[in-house]
Design a protein around this ligand. Structure first.
Ligand code: NAP
Length: 267
């Protein structure tokens, strides 16, 4: 007798912390079975346990660097064994760059690393979940881009290019899958105050106040506000929404000035 699992399964990459963790918690609270994927085994296992304890829901965890197709496949096999095939994939794993630099001063390999994590990672995980989604006639892929893909900023060319490329992946894949009951969308978060960025603000690495003042709603976003956007795109309610980018940035990008100082290049 096969075990019938009526609830939907979501897999979220980069889910051990920040926005990914918040998404995992919100999906779980809504009754999804949630698979958390990330690079650190301890952090991912702990995050899955914390969320299961807090919500009373079902979680599992797996470890993979999203750049590595083989490791990602093994991680997804573990998810399938424990929860079944995912009907929702959130490609969230990413690096929030600390160092700003002119192109000519970028460390060798930095640009390639940004592209590999954000773009190849998104492609790897999408390739792996698509066959069962096609079979089921239903699927949701949600790619986490950035406000920096809408309004570019200087001195983070790898990040900006990778996040813009994610929008290309989103559009092309949305067309490829539109006839199969699968939607593919992106979310472009503005500045979201995760624990990591709080720590950087406290260390004086970024100016929390200045970013809040530049944002039309005059504050940073919260991780749960991105999670809510993901819940919508994953839902049946969003069945006619595909290939689009949901900008969740407190109005920053329509202001047309992300506030970066073009005159003051990094040392
Ligand atoms: P975060 O707290 O650092 O979370 C990102 C997670 O992804 C971390 O747990 C990280 O693990 C993991 N990760 C990094 N490289 C990976 C890889 N190669 N394979 C698998 N997992 C990997 O950052 P966040 O702010 O929540 O960011 C989540 C996503 O939102 C990113 O794509 C980011 O670009 C995007 N975003 C964030 C903001 C913001 O203001 N926070 C704004 C726009 C877009 P380690 O910590 O162990 O490296």
């Amino acid at each position: 007798m096969s075990m019938h699992k009526p609830q939907k399964v979501v897999v979220i990459t980069g889910a051990a912390s920040g926005i990914g963790f918040a998404m995992a918690e919100e999906f779980c609270a809504l009754g999804y079975s949630v698979a958390l994927a990330d690079v650190s085994e301890n952090a991912t296992r702990q995050a899955a346990k914390t969320i299961a304890d807090r919500t009373g829901g079902e979680t599992c965890w797996c470890v993979a660097d999203v750049r590595d197709h083989g490791a990602s496949k093994s991680a997804l096999d573990k998810v399938r064994d424990q929860l079944g095939d995912p009907s929702v994939l959130v490609n969230n794993a990413g690096i929030v760059v600390r160092q700003k630099a002119r192109l000519e001063d970028l460390p060798n390999g930095h640009f390639e690393e940004m592209m590999a994590i954000h773009v190849n990672g998104t492609l790897n995980w999408s390739r792996l979940v698509l066959p069962p989604m096609r079979k089921a006639g239903f699927g949701r892929i949600i790619n986490i881009s950035s406000v920096n893909a809408i309004a570019a900023v200087p001195y983070r060319i790898g990040y900006v290019t990778a996040k813009k490329a994610i929008l290309g992946v989103t559009e092309a894949l949305a067309l490829e899958t539109a006839r199969a009951g699968i939607t593919v969308n992106a979310i472009a978060p503005g500045y979201i105050l995760t624990d990591l960025l709080k720590t950087r603000a406290e260390a004086g690495i970024l100016d929390q106040q200045a970013i809040a003042e530049r944002t039309p709603v005059r504050r940073w976003g919260r991780p749960d506000e991105i999670a809510k956007a993901a819940l919508y795109l994953a839902s049946e309610d969003a069945s006619f929404v595909t290939g689009t980018t949901l900008v969740v940035d407190g109005g920053l990008s329509i202001r047309g000035d992300a506030g970066e100082d073009l005159e003051r290049a990094p040392e």
